[in-house]
Design a protein around this ligand. Sequence first.
Ligand code: SAM
Ligand code: ZN
Length: 368
Amino acid sequence: MLNVTGSRLRCPACTGPLKIHSGTLAAAVYEITSGTLRCENCQATYPILAGVAILVEDIAGYLIEHAKGIARLVPDSSIPPDFLDDYLQAKSELTTEHIEEDLEAERVIALYFMNHYLSTSHAPSWFKPSSGTTGSPLIESLIREHWDSGPHAKIVEWVMEFSDRKPIQSTIELGCGVAGLSKMLRPRTSYYLGVDSSFASIALGRHLALGAPYDRAVRIPGDLLDGPVSMKIELPITPALDGSADLIVGNLDNLPVIREQFDLALALNAIDMLDEPEGLPQLQHDLLKKGGMAIQSCPYIWHESVAAHLREILPKDIKDSAKAVEWLYAQSGFQIEKKSNHVPWLFFKHLRQLEIYSVHLLAGLKLN
Ligand SMILES: C[S@@+](CC[C@H](N)C(=O)[O-])C[C@H]1O[C@@H](n2cnc3c(N)ncnc32)[C@H](O)[C@@H]1O
Ligand SMILES: [Zn+2]
């Protein structure tokens, strides 16, 4: 993390201010690749591993649950000694998952990387076989038609309109993943902070969006016969370790960020991962200054227990997910300014598998 990010954060245990402890000291803005953040109030400490600040209450549990992503980038010698034995045990039990929910798996992170950073004009074409065989004409034509005009393009359009009305000083993205939006929105926001619970996403996002060091090649799936991520992809990386953006690990249930400091709060494809979805608009509201804008997008793939919870709290005349989420935002104090009901969102999984989601987006203004 960057030293200047500390002033925007708070202790997830007690909300106290955090102080950075690290060997590095040089310029006014500098990258901290290892060290700790210590709460000046309750003295809790939070590690910084491979440049990623881990600001969650239960560090021991986090290192165990996210061992797969951490192990690819952090040598065992950097793991805080108090947690090392349990971490090594978790690491020895790791398996290669094929499921989309495993947000530390290299293949899953690669899918988000493609989604956030690759356009159809990238050369060579990542959605065509590199060998002499032909690819699927249907998959190729769907990608050419819809890939570049998905939710990110719509959000950039809305943010441009919003920033024409009122300059955006600061933006936060909740569940930012690999944070492709931070690059796209850079001309329109003076500051961007991304928060996600996935270590692998934050580490790769810090490399791609900020130019932070990264010890691995970026690979995407091709023909799965060649392995889960067989195609190496080169991207131009523009260094941005100047304090205008940063990404940290944190949990939306207990966000380690000072409230009421942002003009724009984004959350894409995250609300349906939360046990209590109504907490997301409330959190965005708490983070925004008055007059700030919240943007939310999702295909609403609710777990049945979450849907049952929503049915309990929604008015009986609300019968669909888009209306339900618009109602949640209105209840949290937002005036809905923009909506788009069916934006195609494509997920390229490998040369023979393309997923299409239909995403609902809304933008709401914080009134008070
Ligand atoms: C479906 S992915 C979407 C990623 C990105 N926003 C996008 O649209 O491509 C959901 C993201 O939310 C993150 N996430 C889920 N629950 C979270 C939580 N409780 N706290 C922080 N991040 C969370 C996941 O790690 C994942 O990166
Ligand atoms: Zn504290």
